[in-house]
Design a protein around this ligand. Structure first.
Ligand SMILES: Cc1cc2nc3c(=O)[nH]c(=O)nc-3n(C[C@H](O)[C@H](O)[C@H](O)COP(=O)(O)OP(=O)(O)OC[C@H]3O[C@@H](n4cnc5c(N)ncnc54)[C@H](O)[C@@H]3O)c2cc1C
Length: 394
């Protein structure tokens, strides 16, 4: 997609500032700012199984700013191949009308055309009165259909239970709206004036014989090019903030894309001349190709702006090593830093990593603080209460 505010596929073009006479616009989630892509870089090297992009967006003329720890909302567009597949399966013409828009324009930016939710399936049944679908949805009190939906998407429903009678209006009326996705901000405005940077992992997987792609992450990975515009808004996160005092040490645990807010933290500390001790624990699969922003971290470490760096590359040796293992190995130091008042930050995967790190932290405190399980739990609760244990996990 090339940059042109006249292109119908540019998001929210009606919000673009149009000239001197235009009143100042306050940009927010309801009125997203069309930010221009300055740069997009694949962070992984050859041989990596990961696909993580560094995305730089311009905030010029937006009047917007943010703090380290905040997230950015991104409004994706549905991808051409998903649009084609859904319209073909519904037997609809791209140029049929939905209000003022053509169907393809409406589907591209307004509707969720991938998620297969129970409410969409119910509306689909009500509109199509498909008997086979009714039977499938009622079997087992609904449990079997719920299971069928797992790993499947709207396209599977359309193909498995086809309906020849759709109009564009009726079809779109059963769909949910397309939601923006949040991304932890990976930059500091103090370091990059009028810019915001993100670290986005492309979500791609296969299920039920179909290659599937995350809407927003693959829109960024495959469609969005330098010069294009994308609708954004800021999402304040008061629960993920640098300590008030510049002297307070920080421990940052951020494997994979969890690294993002810590790039923002360190840039902020460097740009504002704040020099409390900082310790980064990063992990991913391979050192050679997955050390996200590796050269930047090594530069900060060499320059003394980063006090300590511990790395866990899980697949570089026989036995898998993760960030929680590095924390345990260095448990005495972790505890000593906490006793010095360090803030402990965790960002990234909520399903496994954050839980494993939490367990490791409890174990470290119990072992090196000579505490019982209850005392260690109380210590962690106190950390949380005093906002010294903060998590940004998803
Ligand atoms: C506060 C916050 C901060 C975040 N920060 C970041 C960040 O810095 N970087 C980043 O990359 N992401 C981040 N995320 C996640 C991000 O918001 C999106 O959820 C992510 O990019 C996927 O969105 P998508 O539109 O590409 O995928 P979607 O189209 O939303 O698809 C994702 C869905 O696909 C399904 N799925 C995914 N993988 C599989 C699989 N292997 N098998 C079966 N089903 C699967 C799951 O149902 C999953 O919910 C953050 C989320 C939050 C809430």
């Amino acid at each position: 997609m090339s940059d042109s505010s006249a292109s119908p596929s540019q998001p929210n073009q009606e919000n673009l500032p149009t000239g001197a006479a235009a009143p100042p616009l306050a940009f927010d989630k309801k009125n997203p700012f069309p930010a221009q892509v300055i740069r997009k870089v694949l962070l992984n090297g050859a041989g990596s199984k990961k696909e993580v992009y560094h995305l730089e967006l311009s905030l010029k003329d937006s009047g917007l700013t943010y703090l380290p720890g905040d997230a950015l909302g991104v409004f994706p567009l549905n991808r051409p191949k998903d649009l084609q597949a859904v319209m073909a399966a519904a037997g609809l013409n791209a140029n049929s009308k939905v209000g003022e828009k053509t169907l393809v324009e409406a589907l591209e930016r307004d509707f969720d055309i991938t998620t297969l939710s129970a409410s969409v399936a119910k509306k689909y049944l009500a509109a199509t009165e498909n008997e086979a679908l009714r039977e499938a949805m009622e079997a087992d009190g609904g449990a079997a259909f719920k299971e069928w939906c797992k790993g499947r998407q709207l396209i599977d429903l359309l193909e498995e239970y086809p309906f020849a009678g759709w109009t564009a209006e009726a079809f779109t009326s059963i769909l949910r709206k397309l939601n923006p996705r949040l991304y932890s901000i990976a930059s500091s405005v103090a370091h990059h004036d009028e810019e915001v940077h993100l670290t986005i992992a492309a979500v791609r997987y296969e299920s039920f014989g179909r290659n599937r792609e995350g809407v927003a992450s693959c829109y960024v990975a495959d469609e969005l090019q330098e010069g294009d515009r994308v609708g954004i808004f800021f999402h304040t996160n008061k629960n993920f903030r640098l300590p008030e005092s510049s002297d307070t040490p920080i421990i940052m645990v951020g494997p994979g894309t969890g690294i993002a807010p810590f790039r923002s933290f360190i840039e902020e500390r460097v740009a504002t001349g704040r020099n409390g001790d900082s310790w980064l624990v990063f992990g991913d699969q391979h050192a050679a190709c997955d050390f996200l922003y590796g050269s930047e971290w090594e530069k900060y470490l060499a320059g003394g702006q980063l006090t300590r760096l511990d790395l866990a590359f899980s697949r570089d040796q026989e036995e898998k090593v993760y960030v929680q293992d590095r924390l345990r190995e260095n448990g005495a130091d972790v505890f000593a830093w906490l006793e010095r008042g360090a803030h402990f930050y965790v960002c990234g995967d909520a399903t496994y990593m954050a839980k494993d790190v939490h367990q490791a932290l409890l174990g470290i405190i119990a072992e090196h603080g000579s505490m019982s399980e209850e005392e260690a739990t109380e210590y962690v609760n106190q950390l949380k209460k005093s906002r010294r244990y903060q998590r940004d996990v998803y």
